[in-house]
Write a protein that binds this ligand. Structure first.
Ligand SMILES: O=C(O)c1cc(=O)[nH]c(=O)n1[C@@H]1O[C@H](COP(=O)(O)O)[C@@H](O)[C@H]1O
Length: 274
């Protein structure tokens, strides 16, 4: 999917919501546990009820890989289900990969050829040759971790060099030479608040994947005020607050309601800040 196509979806749906499929078998409603593949059954219902209100899905690989082969199959089937039923949705494998070149090539093959997602999250720590193998696929995206939403983001991401340049600024500056804004997005956590203003100045045209609204307490209003650009430039992810809104048989309806609530807020933000 191109940047223009993604923006067209955002305009059509008045939403830049990404639903995080962080499906924990220990948290899914009991009645699903008797199904052949409970995680897949849960995801299908969540997807059907949230699809009208979002433009993207982000399965987080940790939740699938923790279940071994069964979990990987649930992940692949989930991606295939979205592809078949909702082909306009942007699918992100949240895998946070990155390794020496030939290993990254295998990761890229895993996610772009085998699982056939649109984008994969990648850690920048190992540098250029660990990221570029993901860029050899037309129409596919790298989403580079830049300023994460967690407390530990303070440990390294703000460390300054002798010229006062902070690590996240260096990552942003250097990585923009590896790919254009049609192939690269950046993770900027919603909890980073006003810093969006600075990051947006350094990357005026890129999309940001913004986790941290919902369970982590980030402010959607602040993200939009400081982070939105003329093509929206934001995909805001929420996982737990949507998919675990209710733990009974009406879990999917409850997820749909939560997604709709965010979509309504997003429509208002698009009116105000676009
Ligand atoms: O790359 C990510 O998606 C990510 C980066 C980050 O800085 N913070 C962050 O929370 N995430 C992911 O975004 C999701 C957030 O989930 P909730 O807090 O439940 O909405 C999880 O899958 C996290 O792994």
């Amino acid at each position: 999917m191109t940047k223009q196509q993604l923006f067209a979806q955002i305009q059509k749906k008045k939403s830049f919501l990404c639903v995080g499929l962080d499906t924990d078998i220990k948290k899914i409603p009991e009645h699903l546990l008797e199904k052949e593949d409970p995680v897949y059954a849960f995801n299908k219902e969540i997807i059907d009820k949230t699809a009208p209100y979002c433009v993207a899905y982000k399965p987080n690989l940790a939740f699938y890989e923790s279940q071994g082969v069964t979990g990987w199959l649930a992940f692949e089937k989930t991606v295939a289900y979205i592809r078949q039923r909702y082909p306009d949705q942007f699918v992100i494998a949240d895998a946070k990969r990155g390794d020496i070149g030939n290993t990254s090539e295998m990761y890229a093959r895993t996610f772009f050829e085998t699982a056939r997602v649109d984008a994969v999250t990648v850690a920048p720590y190992m540098g250029e040759d660990s990221v570029t193998p993901f860029l050899n696929y037309n129409g596919k995206w790298v989403i580079l971790l830049l300023l994460t939403s967690n407390k530990g983001s303070l440990d390294f991401q703000f460390v300054q060099d002798q010229n006062g340049e902070r690590l996240f600024e260096k990552v942003l500056r250097r990585s923009q030479a590896w790919a254009s804004e049609d192939q690269m997005m950046y993770v900027v956590g919603a909890t980073q608040g006003k810093l969006f203003e600075e990051v947006r100045k350094l990357a005026p045209d890129h999309f940001f994947l913004v986790p941290g609204v919902g369970a982590q307490g980030g402010s959607l209003e602040e993200v939009c005020r400081y982070g939105m650009n003329t093509a929206c430039g934001l995909l805001v992810n929420s996982s737990r607050s949507i998919i675990y809104a209710d733990s009974t048989e009406t879990f999917a309806e409850a997820a749909g309601k939560e997604a709709r609530k965010l979509q309504v807020e997003m429509a208002e933000m698009l009116e105000r800040f676009l």
